[in-house]
Write a protein of this length. Sequence first.
Length: 275
Amino acid sequence: MILSDRTASTRSRHSHIQLLYKSRALIIAEQSRHYLVIGDLHIGFEEKFRVSGISIQPRLDKLIGELSELISEHKVTDLLINGDVKSGIDRISKYEWENVPKFFEKMTNLCQVSVIPGNHDAGLQHLIPPDVNVLDSNGIMISKILILHGHTRPLPKFQDCEQLVMGHVHPIFQRRGSPLSGQPVWVFVRARGNQIFKGGLSHEDSISRNQDTLEIILMPAFNLELVVAGSAMDAARQERKIAPILRSLKSVSEAMIMTLDGDLIGDVSLLLNVL
């Protein structure tokens, strides 16, 4: 499993992952490329509060500033956004029309930018410049690392992956009486490959994948303002309703739950307090 230091690393046979716990991000190094992977920006989430008469100051500049620092510090060549750039599900709000293009303009001046569309990204193609790569919503494999948002089940064509990185579910620790309750966390689990790819494999492939374990990394939402605004819990509950992988993860026997400081706070016995 992933080590518990604050910028822990793990290596498959083909590439290298560096976890940036506090930054809610990770780096995948593959030859000359350095991918910064983040997810769940939910730009414009403040709009639903504004409609209810609650004013929340937008913090897009803060997101842009933090990402700019990470890109510079880690010599990032590619920014990979793993779903839910915007907040609206079935429409584009005025705030999104104004600010999503601004976000991409800033990022494309720093590195190559690619997006795996999430369930909140309907209409995103109208907001992004032509130099942003819009990838398949079913995810992308970098070497043997599968990156997908998490609102769909992994396709059989990715069955050879050794690690899976997903967002979507906004993992948050919830335990009555705990000072950590309500805080975003990282979750790492090991599962049998045929648990994750079930239903899409041939009988022979299912038997083969049953012998292999797959490490799954559940990333916290990059936008911490979701927590500050008090909407993180509700948002997480809604997203988990359409996360098919979660139904498989509830039967795993090995897991770790880590804070944004990189501290281990629980194992598989506390998984239900997160998912």
